[in-house]
Every structure is written in structure tokens, then in C-alpha cells.
Design a protein around this ligand. Structure first.
Ligand code: A3P
Length: 326
């Protein structure tokens, strides 16, 4: 992506007159840094992102073979992208040093709709993404894509993560990309916004629920994955993902250790150690900032017991009756 476009993600200069007029009619709020958010179709977006969402909704033409990787930010998107690429690429028998994941950050291989392809226009040139299946990604909730995808049988994979670890991951990530000193007052502001739901792509629980319900209604179309399960049983979850994508591992592949090779290739330790991920940039961030600890429950080291209790209560209340539990 052009550096000028990277900047567009944090500035509000790509907004059309029409969108400005729409924004003036929407509920608005400021995030922890004083950046403006507005609520559109039940989801909070910063203005630039909203422009990307509207461009996507207006212009994207799905193909039945498309695969869309979706997530709430900081839930394991980078990992899901890497695993999906590795699963699909395995038939190409790359020599060990020619695999695309060795020379590209996963975000460079799987572009975002609203943060990348559609940020400026509703008719971007997708010629570069013509191989089948096309792989795209998004942080939009499922309902934001409903109309655009309604006549298509493209597949959607969602990865979710518990709210506490997602919040702490956001804290580290936003301090890194905005070059802020990582202090508790930022964590407390983020916590407040997360709990109110007034956070980029929030409310968190509505995001989760949109994909959870979608996966129950149409399990062949929407796969709901959990970061915690991927950590606990990577082998089984990689197989589950491959089955869903329609390219299950053969017995021979399993016996030859193919699943474990993919797991190792996409491990945080391996990816974060690659030159491309130590030095390059994707979207508005250094590639290295997409990789940190990757541990389940790390939030315990940063949140007070009161913060943890509040999040537990919110999640319990908001997910009640949905069948989704943490
Ligand atoms: P932590 O900050 O808890 O370490 P996203 O990719 O959606 O931005 O999510 C980032 C989180 O996923 C970070 O969590 C990051 O360390 C973790 N992550 C990135 N790559 C990973 C991988 N290959 N395996 C497991 N976790 C990974």
C-alpha cells in the first residue's frame, strides 16, 4: 500500500460530501484519543472507516468462491490470515524458501475491504486479486455485509477472542502504532470505551453475536473460530478450517505431518522471526506490532480484579441466551 494511503487510515480527508452529510445525522462519540466515531447500522466506526464501509457496500461484487476472513481487531486476524493462506497454498508445493508467507506479512496477502481496498473508492481495481479463491478480510460485523453478500455463497471465517485479552492487546497495539507511552491511564480509557461499547467496531459483544448467529443460521457459510481453541488445539482447528474451506487434509497429508508443518509455519514464533515481519509495514503499522505474546489470559497481568469482574459481568449479561460463552 502506498504510504500516502497508510496515512489516510488515520486522517479524515477521504470523506465524500454525501458521507459527511450522513455522518451529521448519526450518533457520534470521541475515542480515547479524541478521534471522532459515529454509529452506523449499530456499529461504531471512525469516519474514514465508515467511508470504506459505504464504498464496500456500494461496490463489492462477490464471487461464490470468495473467502472472507473476519474478526474484531486484536482477536487473532493475522494468525487466521496466515493459516488460511498456508492451507490454500499447500497444493502448490512451494520449495521451502518460496512460500508467500516467508516474503509477505499476512496482511499484505489478504487485504482488508474497508481499511484498504475500498477506503477511497467503490470500484477499486481487483485485478491483482483474481486467483481463485479470492481472499479478503474485514473487521465489519456480519450484518454490515448482509446486503452486499446476500446473493452469494462465498464463505466467511470469523475468529473471536475473549474481551479481556482483546482489550489488553489493543492497548499494546495502539500505544505502539500511535507512539504513545504505554501507561495505565490509556488502558483505563480504553477499558471504559470497551465497556460502553463506544469503541472502533464496537460494541464488542454485538460484533461477536452477529457472526455467532450467522454461524448457527448457516454453518456451511460462516465458520466461528475461537482464538483460545486455536491455541489449545491447533492441529484440530487447522483441520476444521481446512474442512470448512472445502480443502480437507488427505490421509497421506496427515500422515506426512502437513498439518503440523502449517501450524509451525504460522506460529507466532516463526512468523515474528521472519525478516519481512521484523522490518516491513502493513496498513498504518509496523509489521512487528502485529505480533506480541499471543498468550491466553495475559490480560490478568494488566487488568485489576475489578476491571476483570466488570468485563465478566458485561459479557455474561450481553451473551445471555445466545449459547455463546467464555
Ligand atoms: P497479544 O497482543 O495478546 O499478544 P490481530 O492479528 O487481530 O491484530 O491480533 C493480534 C494478537 O494476535 C496479538 O495478541 C498477537 O500477538 C497475536 N498473534 C499474532 N500472530 C499470531 C500467531 N501467529 N499465533 C498466535 N497469536 C498471534
Amino acid at each position: 500500500m502506498d504510504p500516502k494511503d497508510l496515512l489516510s487510515i488515520v486522517r479524515d480527508d477521504k470523506i465524500t460530501k454525501e458521507t459527511k452529510s450522513l455522518i451529521s445525522s448519526l450518533p457520534s462519540h470521541e475515542d480515547f484519543q479524541g478521534r471522532k466515531l459515529c454509529k452506523y447500522q449499530g456499529c461504531w466506526y471512525n469516519y474514514n472507516t465508515l467511508q470504506g464501509v459505504l464504498n464496500f457496500q456500494r461496490g463489492f461484487q462477490p464471487q461464490d468462491t470468495d473467502i472472507i476472513l473476519a474478526s474484531y481487531p486484536k482477536s487473532g486476524t493475522t494468525w487466521l490470515k496466515a493459516l488460511t493462506v498456508a492451507i490454500l497454498e499447500r497444493s502448490k508445493n512451494h520449495s521451502s524458501d518460496h512460500h508467500p508467507l516467508l516474503s509477505h506479512n499476512p496482511h499484505g496477502i489478504v487485504p482488508y475491504f474497508e481499511l484498504g481496498l475500498y477506503i477511497e473508492s467503490s470500484s477499486p481495481d481487483l485485478a491483482k486479486y483474481s486467483s481463485v479463491p479470492r481472499l479478503f478480510s474485514t473487521h465489519m460485523p456480519l450484518h454490515a455485509m448482509h446486503k452486499t453478500l446476500k446473493d452469494s455463497s462465498c464463505k466467511i471465517v470469523y475468529v473471536c477472542r475473549n474481551m479481556k485479552d482483546t482489550l489488553v492487546s489493543w492497548w499494546f497495539f495502539s500505544c505502539a502504532i500511535y507512539k504513545l507511552e504505554r501507561n495505565r491511564s490509556i488502558l483505563e480509557s480504553l477499558f471504559k470505551s470497551f465497556c460502553n461499547g463506544t469503541f472502533s467496531y464496537g460494541p464488542f459483544w454485538e460484533h461477536l453475536l452477529s457472526y455467532w448467529r450467522g454461524s448457527l443460521e448457516d454453518p456451511k457459510r460462516v465458520l466461528f473460530m475461537r482464538y483460545e481453541e486455536m491455541k489449545a488445539e491447533p492441529h484440530d482447528q487447522i483441520k476444521r478450517l481446512a474442512d470448512f474451506l472445502g480443502c480437507p487434509f488427505t490421509k497421506e497429508e496427515e500422515e506426512s505431518g502437513c498439518v503440523d508443518e502449517i501450524s509451525d509455519l504460522c506460529s507466532l514464533r516463526n512468523l515474528s522471526g521472519l525478516k519481512i515481519n521484523k522490518t516491513g509495514k502493513s496498513y498504518n503499522s509496523d509489521n512487528k506490532d502485529y505480533f506480541r505474546k499471543g498468550e491466553v489470559g495475559d490480560s490478568k497481568n494488566y487488568l485489576t480484579p475489578e476491571m476483570e469482574n466488570k468485563i465478566d459481568m458485561i459479557i455474561q449479561e450481553k451473551l445471555q441466551g445466545s449459547g455463546l460463552k467464555f
